[in-house]
Design a protein around this ligand. Structure first.
Ligand code: PLP
Length: 413
């Protein structure tokens, strides 16, 4: 990419950016008197779409004016509106996607269906140092089934001295453990390093060996392009408050491949997963909806879903391909400037990445605290990593430029 280290170049990029007008659709954190805020934390909590308060007010009014009648007018099938735009983001059919619960809760529910270890096939392949919630969920499921971690858990670690996994090691582990693998469960993008895994190859090799494949897409959804249906992924879940800007604790997304929709295996059932035609007849026997919705347990949290509806509308308008292309350029520009202007900083994130760069700096914590004081909102991970995540819908090339200059100034202090 033909980047240049100058503010005039960054301005030109912003002028030519087809997505630049989306920035004004979000509440951007306010500058203080002497400091401009740069928000590079879209990978942690995306910003609030400006349409959210009005949309929430409408639902509150409906509730106030009509009480339970609002249920019949709007809420009973409210969550269904979120399926199609969410499916577009993860490369699925609308019937393969449902919005429900929170991410880790969904991981457990999905594991109830998709991890049932048998005598011969019982192992789970994960990344070592996966996001703690993945680690805890998988380990607790393994012991719930009466196995122990030492025999059932295969953790793939970076090679000596490296910070990121060699993908070949994942593929080699699949070959090595072969038909003893019950489940391969990975983050599509590693939260710490920003590394993007080749989900298609992993899925294809795993399936060849008869394993079930699931992904945690917390750092993928709204960030990189996905083709879950075509890749043949069995199941996935993602939170919506990170890149997807649906607000703190917003309900999560679930993907279940249509191959599984006529599911006869184990599942934790609830009335909201029951056939819609007879749900309100309250029959004793559970008869599941034959889509991803069959895994729903409770009725939908309408107020919590509204910000997601607002942000999905923006994602639909912008288009995932455009968002991804801008993400590549923004993050690429950040990397380009860091390499030129900050030679003492090392970049951990490999070439396969989304909109995030993880950098490691000596005395990183001191530097990070100063950056926050100076208005750069980014994120700190022990022991020495700062994550910078420019968001394609609300960040600019000039902010990337100014960020690198700010880090330069702080390092010079
Ligand atoms: C953010 C994140 C979570 C968060 O889990 P919640 O259940 O939403 O609290 C889980 N896993 C990964 C990989 C994450 O990045």
């Amino acid at each position: 990419m033909n980047f240049k280290d100058s503010i005039s170049y960054a301005e030109k990029e912003d002028q030519e950016d087809q997505l630049s007008h989306f920035r004004q659709k979000f509440f951007y954190p306010k500058d203080s008197l002497d400091k401009k805020i740069i928000y590079f934390c879209g990978n942690s909590l995306g910003l609030q779409p400006k349409s959210v308060p009005e949309l929430i007010k409408n639902e509150l009014e409906l509730w106030g004016e009509k009480g339970v009648l609002g249920q019949h007018i709007r809420w009973v099938d409210f969550h269904e509106r979120l399926a199609k735009p969410s499916a577009n983001i993860v490369g699925a059919k609308p019937s393969e996607v449902v919005i429900m619960n929170a991410l880790t809760v969904n991981i457990h529910l999905l594991l109830v269906s998709f991890y049932h270890p048998q005598k011969k096939r019982f192992k789970v392949i994960i990344e070592k140092d996966a996001f703690p919630s993945d680690q805890y969920a998988i380990e607790s499921q393994i012991s719930f089934h009466g196995y122990n971690k030492e025999e059932a858990l295969v953790e793939i670690a970076p090679r000596d001295g490296r910070k990121v996994l060699d993908e070949k090691d994942i593929l080699d582990a699949i070959e090595l453990h072969g038909d003893s693998i019950a489940l391969i469960y990975l983050g599509g993008v590693n939260y710490y390093t920003g590394q993007v895994f080749d989900m298609e190859s992993i899925t294809s090799l795993g399936k060849k060996h008869g394993a079930t494949i699931g992904f945690n897409l917390a750092h993928c959804a709204g960030n990189i392009e996905l083709e879950l249906h075509d890749w043949g992924v069995d199941f996935a879940s993602w939170c919506t408050y990170k890149y997807l800007c649906a607000g703190p604790g917003s309900p999560a997304g679930v993907f279940i491949h249509e191959d599984h929709h006529d599911w006869k295996g184990p599942r934790f059932a609830g009335w909201w997963g029951h056939d819609k035609n007879t749900r309100f007849k309250m029959p004793a026997k559970f008869s599941p909806i034959k889509t991803a919705e069959g895994w729903q347990i409770s009725n939908a949290p309408i107020m919590g879903m509204i910000p997601l509806m607002a942000s999905l509308e923006l994602y639909e308008k912008a288009g995932m391909e455009n968002i991804r292309n801008k993400g590549i350029r923004l993050t690429g520009y950040l990397e380009f400037l860091i390499k030129i202007d900050l030679p003492e900083v090392s970049i951990i994130t490999p070439n396969n990445k989304g909109s995030q760069l993880s950098i490691s700096i000596k005395k990183g914590r001191q530097v990070f605290d100063r950056l926050i004081e100076e208005g750069l909102i980014c994120d700190w991970r022990e022991p020495d990593v700062i994550r910078l995540a420019p968001h394609p819908l609300f960040n600019t090339f000039q902010e990337v430029f100014n960020t690198v200059k700010l880090i330069r100034d702080v390092l010079n202090e």
